[in-house]
Design a protein around this ligand. Structure first.
Ligand code: GLY
Length: 274
C-alpha cells in the first residue's frame, strides 16, 4: 500500500492507494478513530457490488453501519437528494458523533461529502472512491457540493475527509466508458506535469485494460501533484494559479455537461474541454 499525504496542518490526511486494500477499510477506520456509527452512501450498483464486503470489515472492527442507497447519475447531486439523506439520518438518529462513508464515484463523493459538511454543522467522512475519476480527482481535496438549476457545484463547501482509501481492484468492474471518463482528468494531469505526460502516454493501452501495476503507478503520481496543490491553495484563492489550474478544461467541459443534460459525463466533457 502507498500513502500520499495531503498536508493541511491539523487537518492533514492520508490517501491510501493499493491493490486489495478495501477489505482493510474497517482497520483503517479504527486507526483513524472514525465514529463508531457510520452511514454508507452508495448508488445501487456499487452497493450491490461492494457494500457487503465493506459491512463485514467495519463490523469486524466494532462499527455499526446503515446503508443509504441513491440512484445513479449526475442528477442525484442535488439539494433534493441531500435533503432526503438528512431526513434519513435524522430518522435513524444519527448525531454529531456519527460519520459518513462515501462509497462510489464523483457524484456520491460530492453529495455524501456535502451532507457530511452540513449535517449537524459537520461530521467526519471517509472517501472510498470506486472510479478512476474518483481515485485521481474528485475524492481528493475536499471540494464537496451539489448542482443547482443549470449551475454545476453551485452549492458546496471545502470540507476534507478523514482519509481516502483507493483500492485499484475496485476499478476492475468498471465499464470502458468509465475508464474514458477517468482519462479526461488524467489528460489534465498530463498537461500539468511532464513526468505524468510521459507515463500516461507510455501506458495508455495498459490503462484502458485496467492493468493493476500501471494504475498503482499513475494514481499515486496524480495524487502527489494534486496533494501539493491542495496544500498550497486549499480554497482556490490564489488568482490565476494554485488550485485553479486543476479546473483546466472544465469551463467548456462543465458547460457542455449541462447543455447535454448530463448525457455527456463529467470526464468525457473535460476531455472535450481540454
Ligand atoms: N477538481 C478540481 C479541484 O479539486 O480543485
Amino acid at each position: 500500500m502507498q500513502t500520499v499525504s495531503v498536508e493541511l496542518a491539523d487537518r492533514t490526511y492520508p490517501i491510501y492507494i493499493g491493490s486489495n486494500i478495501f477489505p482493510t477499510a474497517g482497520e483503517l477506520c479504527e486507526n483513524h478513530s472514525t465514529p463508531k456509527r457510520l452511514a454508507v452512501v452508495a448508488d445501487h450498483k456499487v452497493a450491490r457490488l461492494y457494500f457487503s464486503q465493506l459491512n463485514d470489515t467495519l463490523r469486524d472492527h466494532g462499527f455499526e453501519t446503515d446503508l443509504i442507497v441513491i440512484s445513479r447519475g449526475e442528477r442525484q447531486k442535488s439539494l433534493t437528494r441531500a435533503k432526503a439523506i438528512y431526513e434519513l439520518l435524522l430518522k435513524r438518529e444519527f448525531n454529531r458523533s456519527s460519520g459518513i462513508i462515501a462509497l462510489g464515484g464523483g457524484v456520491v463523493g460530492d453529495l455524501a461529502g456535502y451532507v457530511a459538511a452540513t449535517f449537524r454543522r459537520g461530521i467526519p467522512y471517509v472517501q472510498i472512491p470506486t472510479t478512476l475519476l474518483g481515485q485521481i480527482e474528485s475524492a481528493i481535496g475536499g471540494k464537496v457540493g451539489v448542482n443547482h438549476g443549470s449551475k454545476k457545484n453551485a452549492v458546496g463547501a471545502f470540507y476534507q475527509p478523514t482519509f481516502v482509501c483507493s483500492d485499484v481492484n475496485l476499478l476492475l468492474t468498471l465499464p470502458s466508458r468509465e475508464i474514458i471518463c477517468g482519462l479526461g482528468e488524467l489528460l489534465k494531469y498530463a498537461y500539468l506535469d511532464e513526468t505524468l505526460f510521459s507515463l500516461i502516454s507510455e501506458h495508455l493501452d495498459r490503462l484502458m485494460n485496467k492493468d493493476l501495476d500501471v494504475l498503482q503507478e499513475i494514481i499515486p503520481a496524480c495524487n502527489r501533484v494534486k496533494a501539493r496543490m491542495i496544500s498550497e491553495d486549499e480554497r482556490e484563492s490564489i488568482p490565476a494559479g494554485g488550485r485553479m489550474v486543476l479546473n483546466l478544461g472544465h469551463t467548456i467541459g462543465q458547460a457542455l455537461e449541462v447543455l447535454s443534460n448530463y448525457k455527456l459525463r463529467h470526464g468525457e466533457a473535460v476531455l472535450v474541454g481540454l
